[in-house]
Design a protein. Sequence first.
Lengths: 147, 165
Amino acid sequence: MDELDRRIINQLQGGFPVSERPFSEAGERLGTTESELITRLRCMLDDGLLTRFGPMYHAENMGGAVSLCAMKVPLARFDDVAGQVNAFPEVAHNYQRDHEMNMWFVLATETPDQLAVTLQKIEQLTGIPVFNLPKQEEFYVGLHFQV
Amino acid sequence: MAGDVISPVELDRRIVMATQAGLPLDVRPYHWLAAELGVDAETVMERFRVMLADGRIRRSGVVPNHYRLGYSANGMSVWDVSDEDIRAIGSQVGELDIVSHCYHRPRRMPDWPYNLFAMVHGHSQAEVRDKVSHIAQLLGDKVRQHDVLFSTRILKKTGLRIGGQ
């Protein structure tokens, strides 16, 4: 990763233009050419330095429902329960964390009703209570990931 | 295009489905999309502008993989602050450049007493704990208790997909 890659990561986390030649426009701001910018993005995506490139959609603003959920899973059953939870397509991310509340997953559904239903299904299937922790307010979701 | 009228709602849905995984790396990405969808490029660009303006698109650009970029410690700091203070404290914490996401979430007593969540990334757990201490110092006695939970395993990471597959 060189200076240009760093500049791309630091400056292009938002504001990608909507125009006929957006890579040319963005490239100019970054001090590079249209084709070089495209090449760098392709490389960083292939190398996994970037997760994706494009519009980041706001699930709730599109009518969908998203929530963070947590469970206290007995360690002896952890992998089995992880498998059960992961099998739901509505589970977008699932992390193990070092706390008694040790399984943390994001549920994303097309409607709020579906979210409640999915949560209930997970509880019924695993026999473990699911704590629903939806965001009630969001405080400045930072763009600033700097390398 | 003759004979093929798509409503804005339907067109937006198709644009979202076509770009959820990303924007095409083509010199004219919106023109490329328009050709795929059978509409004209100006219409596609207009829909993007509308969705950016009304917040359906949060932002458009690169999504760095903080894990691959060395920020392998992913600390979810959680805080118990009074309900009266939550908005002021949340705003204060959310603006810190060491915090990437900050939310007010409900307590679930007695199992979960925390109502403020702030994601803190670092190169190591020690670095994250250090950053969390700074936040605790900043907040002083406005915080009744706090903790930081590290992810020990990524169990699944497929990302949000709207509209079904």
